[in-house]
Write a protein that binds this ligand. Structure first.
Ligand code: FES
Length: 128
């Protein structure tokens, strides 16, 4: 049912845990299945002064697809410009893991929503 990549990321998830001095944390949940996810962000600047994701970690209490896609998300956006990371879609994440069964597509939404929430929080804090 799952691709090799999904199973690999589920068995050996990357960037799991918390960032103690995170610039922002995005917490999201899926009310239907009860799965929960926290996305921790550390933002820095590149040589041209653009904001980039220096570090990202996730904590996921969820299904195989939720764990695999949140781990995939961290691999995709680590080092990416913040402005580009904002445009990541659930399709990007699902493609990265070699596709998801239709019934599990919604699980990749959690990771993308968590990232968007963390970015939103980061921007709000910056304004203060
Ligand atoms: S079943 Fe809840 S996120 Fe996958």
């Amino acid at each position: 049912m799952y691709s090799e990549k999904v199973m690999d990321l589920f068995r050996h998830p990357k960037n799991i845990g918390e960032i103690k001095d995170a610039d922002a944390v995005g917490k999201v949940g899926n009310p239907t299945c009860g799965d929960l996810m926290w996305v921790y962000l550390k933002v820095g600047k590149n040589k041209t002064g653009e904001e980039v994701i220096d570090d990202i970690k996730v904590k996921t209490f969820g299904c195989v697809a939720a764990i695999a896609t949140s781990s995939a998300l961290t691999e995709i956006v680590k080092g990416m410009k913040l402005a580009e990371a904002e445009k990541i879609t659930r399709e990007n994440v699902a493609d990265y893991v070699g596709g998801l069964p239709p019934a599990k597509l919604h699980c990749s939404v959690l990771a993308v929503d968590g990232l968007q929430k963390a970015i939103e929080e980061y921007k709000k804090k910056k304004k203060k």
